[in-house]
Design a protein around this ligand. Structure first.
Ligand code: 13P
Length: 300
């Protein structure tokens, strides 16, 4: 029996759903009940009727699922699948910053721990950051945590100042202007699509700026045939599968998130068999974090 069939069989028996982020390896993407960006996956985690949510992504994503569906069992196949960007925001530091800006609204990118979300007023993803921020009255100060580049991009788009946290995604930081310029020289007719977690000087070279969900939509709707993709390279598998007639070039071949790559089919099967690693969030933290996540999900 193939490992994929074993997973399918066990998944049915246990009434589990498999949620997979766009950066996962191809064979894990192929077993997804839902493959998507952070926002799609959060919405699904909120609405599913499954008993078990098996999350193929990183820790903060599974944590969001647990916060939104506390009565369900949420599993992460590799307990080490973290997010260095999320780890860049610490509770005590954010408390200090909030104390020095007592009237500020705190917008937390979903790439944060539950403890940070519990200190935030509202969350956002790369797909809705601009929309979320634009709903906050202009005279209010805003603390944006933890991705400085997504924050700077939203600030520029909305022409307003944000108090930025100095965090960054190490994988997106590898997508430097030099490599993009090199790729543009090789493929001058290609459309350059970058993730807003890229540095500002890289974003200046983009034709389009989108999170992973937006990238997929943009490519599908575009009349162009060639694309330079500036984000974690795992998304190229899905882009090729859904657009076999189009060509994709990673802006940076080294943009590989080691955490996203920890999930394998073997670990997925093991996680379902053993019901591990179970993600838990204490109720007090979860309650506060849930309010910030639900406020985001209410914005359509
Ligand atoms: P998306 O929400 O665009 O899928 O991004 C998730 C992420 O973690 C980017 O590093």
């Amino acid at each position: 029996m193939k490992i994929q069939d074993k997973i399918l069989e066990l998944k049915k028996k246990k009434n589990a759903i498999i949620l997979v982020h766009n950066y996962q390896i191809g064979e894990v993407q192929d077993i997804a009940d839902l493959l998507g960006d952070s926002l799609d996956l959060s919405r699904k985690a909120q609405s599913t009727t499954a008993d078990i949510i098996l999350f193929c992504g990183v820790h903060f994503m599974a944590e969001i699922a647990k916060i939104l569906s506390p009565e369900k069992m949420v599993l992460l196949p590799d307990v080490n699948a973290g997010c260095p960007l999320a780890d860049m925001a610490q509770e005590d530091q954010l408390k200090k910053l909030k104390d020095s800006h007592p009237d500020a609204i705190v917008v937390a990118y979903v790439n944060t721990s539950a403890k940070i979300k519990a200190l935030a007023d509202v969350c956002c993803t790369s797909a809705n950051a601009i929309k979320v921020i634009s709903q906050i009255e202009r005279e209010r100060e805003i603390i944006f945590v933890p991705d400085q580049w997504l924050g700077a991009y939203a600030a520029k788009k909305l022409n307003r100042e944000l108090i930025l946290w100095p965090g960054f995604c190490p994988t997106h930081m590898k997508i430097i202007p030099e490599v993009i310029i090199e790729k543009k020289k090789k493929h001058p007719e290609a459309c350059v699509i970058l993730h807003p977690e890229c540095r500002e000087d890289s974003l200046e070279l983009a034709d389009e700026i989108f999170g992973t969900g937006g990238m997929l939509k943009c490519v599908k709707e575009s009349s162009k045939e060639k694309f330079i993709i500036g984000t974690e390279t795992g998304i190229i598998y899905r882009l090729k599968k859904e657009n076999p007639e189009k060509e994709f070039y990673p802006a940076q071949e080294l943009a590989i998130c080691p955490n996203m790559k920890l999930t394998t089919l073997e670990k997925v099967l093991w996680a379902l068999e053993e019901e591990a690693y179970e993600i838990k969030v204490d109720e007090e933290t979860a309650q506060k974090a849930r309010s910030a996540i639900e406020k985001m999900l209410a914005i359509r």
